[in-house]
Design a protein around this ligand. Structure first.
Ligand SMILES: [Zn+2]
Length: 308
């Protein structure tokens, strides 16, 4: 397939400042659809199905990260901040098909919220307030940091060998709340014996990935609220949302896929979700996520025994 970047000097350049969080979410959603179109086309051609495709991506000085006139640096105007994992398989700008100067990206293993990460968020929210409309916390499936946190939860005696340095331990400890929440939710929907199911570890990692993104987003939102209140200028600051990039489907969604391989037809739910308001909404989110995952991964041999 051909991917063509085309610059037409006679076409007007699109203004980069977005109006609000809805416009920012829509921009990310459309960019992700463009990315998904390319991925789907490559999958088709790999399978020998369909004729070679061609995708034309409009380019101009702004989408290349250049200033509209030469001789000065561009002004930094990201419309969204994305806190994602360092994982090499999750290139943030590419999966949302965004240009230089569109996203303020923070990547740290497990997308956890350490002090330096909070400092970067503080900087963006206070210094880039004019353009920044949205904060996204993006987890991803089969995350190594979340998997390590799950393993330390399941086998505390082996914990030292899983995380043998202070730095690695502090990273994994930050994910434990999500792991415990995921374990509780899986017990709630699949029974107390769920941990004996051969698919339990995989289910726990998957549920913890989704909850970890939501919990981090909750903490980020509190930080944003604190900053905005401290500035005393009114307004609410950027909206905070969360989602997970599924490495198999190459899709971002706020809920796990209902079936294996689900996704060719589009996301199963909203691409990005609002942050739960408090403990009750977190419990409901945990139950919803655990139910989807348990139905797919933890089906008992005798279906009649499956809790509703
Ligand atoms: Zn990761």
């Amino acid at each position: 397939m051909d991917i063509v970047y085309r610059y037409d000097p006679y076409k007007p350049m699109t203004p980069r400042l977005l109006e609000d969080a809805d416009a920012a979410i829509d921009n990310l959603r459309r960019g992700h659809e463009r990315y998904s179109t390319i991925v789907t086309q490559v999958h088709r051609e790999l399978a020998g199905d369909g004729s070679p495709g061609r995708v034309v991506i409009p380019a101009d000085p702004l989408t290349l990260g250049l200033p509209p006139w030469s001789g000065s640096p561009p002004v930094q105007t990201p419309f969204a901040l994305v806190l994602g994992c360092s994982d090499a398989r999750v290139p943030i700008e590419r999966i949302f098909d965004q240009s230089p100067n569109d996203l303020f990206v923070i990547r740290v293993a497990g997308n956890v919220l350490g002090v330096e990460c909070l400092g970067s968020i503080d900087y963006a929210v206070s210094q880039l307030a004019e353009s920044l409309k949205l904060v996204v916390v993006l987890g991803h499936s089969t995350c190594g940091a979340v998997s390590a946190a799950v393993d330390s939860y399941l086998a505390p005696r082996d914990y030292a060998s899983i995380a043998f340095t202070h730095a690695l331990r502090s990273l994994i400890d930050r994910i434990q709340v999500a792991v415990r929440g995921a374990a509780t939710a899986l017990e709630r929907v699949a029974g107390v014996d769920v941990s004996r199911h051969p698919g339990y570890r995989g289910a726990l990692v998957e549920a913890a990935v989704y909850l970890n993104a939501a919990i981090t987003a909750y903490d980020v939102r509190r930080e944003v609220e604190r900053l905005v209140a401290g500035a005393g200028a009114g307004g609410t600051g950027p909206r905070v949302v969360h989602g997970v990039f599924d490495l198999v489907r190459q899709r971002v969604a706020a809920r796990p896929p209902a079936a294996e391989g689900d996704g060719d037809g589009g996301p199963t739910g909203p691409v990005l979700a609002e942050v739960p308001a408090g403990p009750d909404e977190f419990a409901a989110l945990g139950t919803e996520i655990a139910r989807i995952i348990a139905d797919r991964r933890l089906a008992p041999a005798d279906d009649a025994d499956r809790p509703g």
